[in-house]
Design a protein around this ligand. Sequence first.
Ligand SMILES: *[C@@H]1O[C@H](CO)[C@@H](O)[C@H](O)[C@H]1NC(C)=O
Ligand SMILES: *[C@@H]1O[C@H](CO)[C@@H](O)[C@H](O)[C@H]1NC(C)=O
Ligand SMILES: *[C@@H]1O[C@H](CO)[C@@H](O)[C@H](O)[C@H]1NC(C)=O
Ligand SMILES: *[C@@H]1O[C@H](CO)[C@@H](O)[C@H](O)[C@H]1NC(C)=O
Ligand SMILES: *[C@@H]1O[C@H](CO)[C@@H](O)[C@H](O)[C@H]1NC(C)=O
Ligand SMILES: *[C@@H]1O[C@H](CO)[C@@H](O)[C@H](O)[C@H]1NC(C)=O
Ligand SMILES: *[C@@H]1O[C@H](CO)[C@@H](O)[C@H](O)[C@H]1NC(C)=O
Length: 282
Amino acid sequence: MATADILPPFMFLLLFSIFRTTLSTNSPDITADQSALLALKSHITHDPHNLLATNWSTSSSVCNWIGVTCGSRHHRVTALDLSSMDLTGTIPSHLENLSFLQSFNISHNSFHGSLSTELTNLHRLKHLNFGNNSFGGEIPSWFGYFGELQSLLLYMNNFTGVIPSSFDNLSKLETLSLFNNNLRGKIPISLFNCKELKFLSLFSNFLEGSIPIEIGYLSKLQIQYLDHNNLKGTIPSSISKCKELTFFSLYDNFLEGSIPIEIGNLTMLENLDLGLNNLNGK
Ligand SMILES: *[C@@H]1O[C@H](CO)[C@@H](O)[C@H](O)[C@H]1NC(C)=O
Ligand SMILES: *[C@@H]1O[C@H](CO)[C@@H](O)[C@H](O)[C@H]1NC(C)=O
Ligand SMILES: *[C@@H]1O[C@H](CO)[C@@H](O)[C@H](O)[C@H]1NC(C)=O
Ligand SMILES: *[C@@H]1O[C@H](CO)[C@@H](O)[C@H](O)[C@H]1NC(C)=O
Ligand SMILES: *[C@@H]1O[C@H](CO)[C@@H](O)[C@H](O)[C@H]1NC(C)=O
Ligand SMILES: *[C@@H]1O[C@H](CO)[C@@H](O)[C@H](O)[C@H]1NC(C)=O
Ligand SMILES: *[C@@H]1O[C@H](CO)[C@@H](O)[C@H](O)[C@H]1NC(C)=O
């Protein structure tokens, strides 16, 4: 008290300005989110319904912008849903500053380009849906670093290369949807460390090699589409460990041998499609 009383007024000003400087350099606020979203807006080359053009205006708070949701605790952007807005554009690296983002949905648009390092900082992401766009290039391995990820949907794009082996770290992943891309190579065994997987959709790619016996690790798997690929070898009997399986399709591959009798143990199975293979005893 006594000390405060004798502090000259300019000391308060000095302390205050140091405090403010510290605040603005160490804890980015909603203005960081605003700049990131304005950068995204500037990377949209076609917005036929003028949704962002008129609505994403600095005269209103970011949290009131269409498609934007802010969290109540930190007042930062937690969800971005621009799905089905007929947008064309690319993803700028500025989005790395949306550090509180948990859900990111730009499905059913015409976003294109490849994903290099743009989003590596978004480690809080739980849901990412880039489905039905025109993204190309490889699926970045840094998706594997997002330990909170529950759903990763990259279906109906033009992704090439292999499924990254880094996905083994996705211990909360429940949904992985990569169908309708140009993915090649084997199904990585690391994928079967995603013990929470319930929905796995890899159909209409060029995946090859055999179905790993490790598939039996996915004890919570309910739906699995591996159809329209180039898978070879036999169906592993370990599939019978996926007790929750209701939909299972291997249609249109190069599988051979006999159908494992243990499939009969899958009591939840409603739909099994093994057509267009070279299996015996069908
Ligand atoms: C932007 O859109 C949101 C949601 O439709 C609406 O609540 C808000 O008033 C709009 N803001 C402006 C400035 O048009
Ligand atoms: C993303 O958008 C699609 C299409 O509108 C919708 O079906 C889906 O539920 C959304 N996903 C998430 C995680 O918000
Ligand atoms: C993210 O924010 C920081 C601090 O405001 C800024 O220096 C940096 O340029 C931003 N990153 C991008 C890619 O815009
Ligand atoms: C893909 O998105 C487009 C809009 O960009 C939409 O018209 C089309 O119906 C979608 N296709 C599917 C199969 O959902
Ligand atoms: C997996 O997670 C562990 C611990 O969180 C980390 O040390 C490791 O670098 C991660 N590996 C990959 C490939 O993400
Ligand atoms: C997909 O990518 C390949 C090369 O990676 C390219 O030749 C092809 O035109 C692309 N297709 C579409 C629909 O973008
Ligand atoms: C699975 O099926 C096989 C062959 O029909 C049978 O011998 C075995 O006891 C079953 N295992 C379980 C755990 O039900």
